[in-house]
Design a protein around this ligand. Structure first.
Ligand SMILES: N[C@@H](CCC[C@H](N)C(=O)O)C(=O)O
Length: 289
């Protein structure tokens, strides 16, 4: 007889997630199970999965338990693990509110990228303190077909390569990760953002995410883009002493990113729970094989 596991489905600017509440970390979710659940035809479908666990119950988060009760055990759609997911944190916080585990206002969420401070606003927006970006040195070129562009390395806990292009269509179909030169530039893979200008302090992006393919939004990617654009525009707050805000349009909506002179970055955007349901564990066991 099959048993059932509760799940929810949510998204943040259409970066969508299967949410699996599991406070005591009792559900085994190997990569193949995550990939089966995120499969858009044979599973529930999602760019990634948010495993909701009490920090104290997870070996990777126990040290953060005093600061943050809940750990976002984030997985990419292919089952791989990533350090951080910006849209994921907003949706994670929205789930905690939806489940009555937190109320509107401020909370802390443990992630593999450290504890993130989150604010659930009355208007439905969610703001996350994303920490500081690192800008590793290195000249990298990203190509699509005949075109190639220099890419800026920006690390938001997870790696990003940001390329400014004339037209987002030049990024092509993004079915596969765009090739880099040197090919060894990112041994652990990378998320690639293609960026165009839309107006003063306003850009738009398309993204190919490591472990998920082209997605409709990437929160860490939008932060990486804002950071790279500020350096390009001469608005780097560490230099000007003034915070800078960029509006970043993604295919699935809009994110607003502010970087302060101390390097701290805040991201604001929506987060929505769209469905609840039950996973048939017999199906999942068969899918995993
Ligand atoms: N969509 C996420 C990023 C998820 C992780 C990424 N695919 C990686 O492997 O680093 C976001 O909103 O930040």
């Amino acid at each position: 007889m099959s048993t059932r596991i509760a799940f929810l489905k949510g998204h943040g600017t259409e970066n969508d997630f299967v949410i699996v509440p599991d406070p005591e970390n009792a559900i085994d979710l190997p990569p193949a199970a995550v990939a089966a659940l995120c499969d858009r035809r044979a599973g529930i479908g999602g760019d990634g999965l948010l495993h909701v666990v009490r920090s104290a119950a997870h070996p990777e988060a126990a040290e953060m338990a005093a600061e943050a009760e809940w750990f976002m055990d984030y997985r990419n759609g292919d089952g791989s693990i990533a350090e951080m997911c910006g849209n994921g944190v907003r949706v994670f916080a929205r789930y905690l509110q939806h489940a009555g585990l937190v109320t509107e206002g401020d909370l802390a969420v443990a992630t593999r990228g450290g504890v993130k401070r989150v604010h659930l606003a009355k208007n439905g927006d969610v703001t996350v303190g994303m920490g500081r970006a690192r800008l590793p040195e290195g000249d990298v070129t990203v190509s699509v077909g005949e075109r190639s562009w220099p890419a800026r390395n920006v690390n938001m806990g997870n790696p990003h390569a940001v390329a400014f292009v004339d037209d987002l269509a030049h990024a092509g179909n993004l079915y596969a990760p765009p090739p880099f030169s040197p090919a060894t530039a990112y041994p652990d893979g990378v998320n690639v953002e293609f960026v165009v200008d839309r107006g003063p302090r306003h850009v738009a992006l398309r993204v190919h995410e490591r472990g998920s393919g082209e997605t409709r939004s990437c929160g860490t990617g939008a932060c990486a883009v804002a950071v790279a654009t500020a350096r390009r525009d001469g608005t780097d707050p560490a230099v000007t002493g003034t915070p800078v805000t960029y509006t970043v349009d993604v295919p699935g909506g809009r994110l607003v990113i502010t970087e302060r002179p101390d390097g701290e970055i805040e991201m604001t955007g929506p987060a929505v729970i769209v469905a609840t349901g039950e996973i048939d564990t017999e199906w999942l066991e068969n899918a995993v094989g």
